[in-house]
Design a protein around this ligand. Structure first.
Ligand code: SF4
Length: 381
């Protein structure tokens, strides 16, 4: 495959990630199928897929929040204000249903407000266990997933058989495997694709039918294999944070513009989205429940004090031979604010340099960020 063909595949990803809701509107028209919006992070998308609806992870858009301010506090994070704003403006009407889960207080509050804005019965709430190591966690997870399955069956008008769920798990596992391959390929040579391009690829995979996205990923990976890797001259960085949404591409471009090379990450729109598969072949509900309780990829929205996100970040940064860590913290994100002091101390004690950048939904002064990033890069040995 030629560079030109590579550009064409990347354009297909960008077409979706740049304007996800417009793209979905056209897709719905062409396919006459139901679409379910899923709140980010711990939602079992495979169950939605098995119901025959298209699962779409809600995406933050650049829309200025106006109507949304009457629905949510102004000190709520960007994604909650953005989603409620889009709903109040009628821009979420592409979704037949919206499914929220208990990732944090702001998300829970957004679900309540969304129930008031969208037509009755269109919003459902999923309460997965937050403490992953309690004795009852498996039973609690199974019970909630069974309840969610019943809700989805009602929404889609289809009975959801185990065979269908196993098939959906296999579709998702294949998709995740290719995203992990891309992660590894680009981590080994970050100059192959800019990080914002990688983000566009992943975000489009949260929107498009996973089967179609898998096909495009296969083309992309094949074309990347044909391109000779170049030696990267930048500083190796581990990118952490942004718990449930993608960072602005301008910030990612700035990091690379000042000489940073992102070799690994723990972003939701990154490694966390595709890190964990669910097992196939057995009881699929048990498999999804077990995956939902897996503690190997820590995140502060699901914890019980024993799971050390700070230590995990340090370990991953070391394993990837990163020279420093960039922490992107979405403004007003409580779970991240709660965890950051621990991250700061753990990285400092271990002598791992880091910089924390607070990001905003609204326009930010990038000049200030650039100056801080430049100083950080100069500090790295
Ligand atoms: S995890 Fe953070 S950014 Fe995401 S909805 Fe909750 S508070 Fe907002």
């Amino acid at each position: 495959m030629t560079n030109n063909a590579l550009d064409q595949v990347i354009d297909r990803f960008r077409e979706v990630s740049d304007r996800p809701y417009e793209w979905l509107r056209q897709w719905k028209k062409d396919h006459n199928a139901k679409i379910a919006g899923c709140s980010p992070m711990h939602f079992p998308e495979e169950l939605v897929h098995a119901s025959g609806m298209l699962p779409v992870v809600l995406q933050e858009t650049e829309e200025t929040v106006t109507e949304g301010f009457s629905r949510v506090h102004s000190f709520f994070c960007g994604i909650t204000r953005n989603v409620l704003d889009l709903a109040a403006k009628g821009k979420l009407d592409v979704f037949d249903n919206v499914l929220y889960s208990n990732i944090c207080i702001q998300n829970t509050n957004a679900a309540l407000s969304l129930k008031q804005i969208l037509p009755k019965g269109r919003v459902a709430y999923v309460q997965l266990p937050t403490s992953l190591t309690r004795k009852t966690a498996m039973d609690d997870a199974l019970m909630e997933l069974e309840r969610t399955k019943a809700t989805l069956a009602e929404m889609s008008g289809r009975t959801i058989e185990d065979e269908a769920i196993n098939h959906s798990i296999a579709v998702y596992n294949r998709h995740r495997a290719l995203l992990r391959k891309l992660h590894k390929t680009c981590g080994a040579n970050p100059d192959r694709l800019s990080f914002s391009t990688r983000q566009a690829i992943i975000r489009s995979g949260m929107v498009m039918p996973r089967e179609a996205h898998t096909g495009l990923l296969e083309q992309l990976l094949e074309s990347l294999e044909g391109i000779e890797p170049r030696a990267s001259g930048g500083k190796r960085l581990f990118l952490s944070g942004h718990l449930c949404q993608a960072p602005k591409s301008e910030i990612l471009d700035l990091i690379e513009g000042v000489g940073g090379r992102i070799v690994d990450d723990d972003l939701y729109t990154g490694y966390r989205y595709y890190a964990l598969d669910a097992e196939t072949g057995g009881d699929p509900m048990e498999s999804l429940a077990a995956r939902s309780l897996d503690t190997s990829i820590p995140v502060p929205t699901r914890s019980d004090g024993k799971i050390r996100w700070d230590k995990y970040i340090l370990d991953r940064a070391r394993e990837s031979r990163s020279e420093g860590v960039v922490v992107l913290l979405a403004k007003y994100c409580e779970p991240h604010l709660f965890s950051y002091p621990f991250i700061k101390k753990t990285l400092a004690d271990a002598g791992m340099p880091h910089i924390m950048i607070e990001t905003e939904h609204e326009a930010m002064s990038l000049e200030g960020v650039k100056t801080r990033l430049q100083a950080f890069m100069e500090m790295l040995t």
